[in-house]
Ligand binder design. Structure first.
Ligand code: PMV
Length: 317
């Protein structure tokens, strides 16, 4: 059995932060994201009679750290009595730096495993399985603008608007290469247990989701920009007020935010969002892209710029 797949990372505009059920990895809040196009993970899942246990290769090198999570996800898709598998993944962007590499990885993994076994599960079911491995991965099963809802005992993921229906662009400013300081699961639990702002964050999420959903449906860039920046800063405020404090930013992160604010003051259609890492993702209209990329490239502390359009959901190749 052998199958290949491709999936792209997604960037949340209305963020997922906090879990309602740690064991089942259920998010405490809904979220809205955009699936990217130009950054991707390619995944190959294959059986090999000579294997005694699963093997994971990332960009051509064996990885034992991520293997247990990958094996658990394969068990969930294929059942625990499956044969050992070789999993090979290739990324064309830096992993574990707040660019949602786990989202594209687990979305690609469930699709490749399903295709290899020929089970033909529905996308909704694959999204739920990917989400059990990494909450944000459920969203990478779909393209364009995607909403994830917590239905109580599962997640429901759907597309609000296709990639080509509102072809916004993303310019990611990489301010630091290397893995994040605290993993998102641990950080979300610290926030839930200790941040005085956590309960307000949960209470206000439905309102932010409704504003963003409507802005996307009516292609209202300015309204989307305002609610997305607010939601991002609110999530980071929850983190900053946690004990111990969770601070993923560096000085270049702040410089990039200032660059975006400077562009906004000149009337450029752009807004920023930041996840559990120091990178700044600027979302803009196609007309604004080159100006945004140029401004971020010349911002102090920016090491690299990545540009992407919006793309399709995970698929078997
Ligand atoms: O899916 P996880 O466990 O990597 O958590 C993702 C958390 C954020 O990226 C900060 C927000 C989001 O909605 O993607």
């Amino acid at each position: 059995m052998r199958a290949k797949s491709q999936a792209q990372p997604n960037i949340a505009l209305i963020k997922y932060w906090g879990k309602s059920d740690l064991a089942r990895n259920l998010p405490a809040v809904g979220s809205i994201s955009i699936t990217l196009d130009d950054l991707y993970t390619m995944m190959c899942v294959e059986s090999d009679a000579s294997l005694a246990a699963d093997v994971l290769m990332i960009n051509g090198r064996e990885d034992v750290a991520l293997l247990p999570r990958v094996s658990r996800c394969l068990d969930a898709v294929l059942g625990g009595d499956r044969e050992p598998l070789r999993v090979q993944s290739e990324y064309n962007f830096p992993m574990a730096a707040g660019l949602a590499s786990s989202a594209s990885a687990f979305a690609a993994l469930v699709v490749a495993a399903d295709a290899a076994a020929g089970t033909g599960r529905a996308t909704a079911e694959l999204a739920s399985l990917a989400g059990a491995a990494s909450g944000s991965a459920a969203r990478s099963l779909y393209g364009g603008f995607v909403e994830l809802e917590n239905t109580g005992d599962d997640v429901a993921v759907s597309s609000i608007c296709g990639a080509s229906e509102w072809p916004l662009r993303v310019v990611a400013a990489i301010t630091e290469l290397g893995p994040k300081s605290v993993g998102s699961t641990e950080a979300m639990e610290i926030s839930r247990k200790t941040s005085p702002f956590y309960s307000r964050w949960i209470e206000q999420q439905a309102g932010d989701l409704a504003v963003a959903r409507e802005a996307i449906e009516s292609r209202d860039f300015r309204t989307l920009a305002t609610v997305a920046e607010h939601n991002c800063l609110k999530m980071h405020s929850v983190m900053w007020a946690s004990r111990p404090p969770l601070s993923y930013w560096n000085s270049a992160t702040l410089e990039c935010m200032e660059t975006v604010r400077g562009l906004q003051a000149k009337g450029v259609d752009v807004f920023f969002t930041i996840d559990a890492g120091p990178q700044v993702k600027a979302v803009c209209t196609p007309e604004a892209e080159e100006q945004v990329a140029e401004a971020l490239r010349s911002t102090a502390g920016v090491k690299e710029i990545l540009q992407s359009g919006l793309g399709e959901g995970a698929r078997a190749l």
